[in-house]
Ligand binder design. Structure first.
Ligand code: ATP
Length: 245
């Protein structure tokens, strides 16, 4: 399912922090939403979902609530689980219902995140990274055509980070649309089909990873120098140092 944003502008408190964002994400795209701390990534995701008031148009926010829940799954930034329930019960919150297809979707999500060994454990008694994977499984259990994820790799070990990026690329390859905010430019460069970079609430770059991650953008927006090369596994991004600004 496509996601269309037109002239989206949002405020946090009295200040506009997202300015006139227009973009279209198509089926099959895995889009990395990049930008320094405070650039507006979370605000964009939440405004697109209708979770924050915004001016302009979002094709998801415009849907009635039930259709919105079917269209888009969301992994928010906060990862701490407060409910002392078994992992399986928590994942099933993403897919309420007792039809066989609901049970199968929950089982698929648990399997995709490698959570089978943790299934009977109490979610509050898991490590931070394990809790993050449980919450991602809850979002995946929805099996919505659009997935918006706020820093889905934060707090995960290297293997799990790669697992999540590979999983998202697979969802896009199956025709889904994935938009994920990411701070790891290396993971984004290697796995995303497209990168959108925000800086102080505005889109400053949008395109294929190789075209977006230029020396000038890395210096101007992120304040870093980096080495980019094409390896057999795809684009390799290696940060080299900070640039005094
Ligand atoms: N509840 C709030 N009240 C007032 N300002 C806020 C609030 N939440 C965020 N902001 C401000 O809005 C701007 C955008 O914040 P946002 O959380 O969207 O950035 P982000 O790109 O997701 O950052 P990060 O990478 O640090 O998670 C920042 O300047 C931030 O200080």
């Amino acid at each position: 399912m496509r996601l269309v944003l037109e002239h989206l502008t949002a405020r946090r408190g009295p200040r506009p922090v997202l300015h006139d964002i227009s973009l279209t994400l198509a089926e099959g795209e895995f889009v990395g939403l990049l930008g320094p701390n405070g650039a507006g990534k979370t605000t964009l995701l939440r405004a697109a979902l209708g979770l924050l008031p915004a001016e302009g148009h979002s094709s998801i926010a415009a849907l009635p609530p039930a259709a919105r829940a079917r269209a888009a799954a969301f992994l928010p930034q906060g990862r701490e689980i407060a409910w002392p329930m078994p992992v399986e019960t928590l994942v099933a919150l993403g897919r309420p219902g007792r039809r066989p297809e609901d049970t199968a979707a929950v089982a698929r999500a648990i399997d995709r995140l490698g959570l089978a060994p943790l299934r009977p454990r109490r979610a509050t008694e898991l490590s931070g990274g394990e809790q993050a994977r449980v919450l991602l499984a809850r979002a995946l259990a929805q099996e919505a055509p659009l997935l918006l994820a706020d820093e889905p790799t934060a707090g995960l070990d290297p293997e799990q980070q790669l697992a999540v990026m590979t999983l998202f690329a697979g969802l896009a390859a199956e025709g889904g649309t994935v938009l994920a905010s990411l701070h790891d430019l290396g993971l984004a460069a290697r796995h995303c089909t497209r990168l959108i970079v925000l800086d102080t609430g505005r889109i400053v770059a949008d395109g294929a990873p190789r075209a977006v991650l230029t020396e000038a953008l890395l210096a101007g927006t992120f304040g870093i120098r980096a080495h980019l090369s094409e390896g057999p596994e795809g684009l390799i991004f290696q940060p080299l140092g900070r640039i005094a600004r």
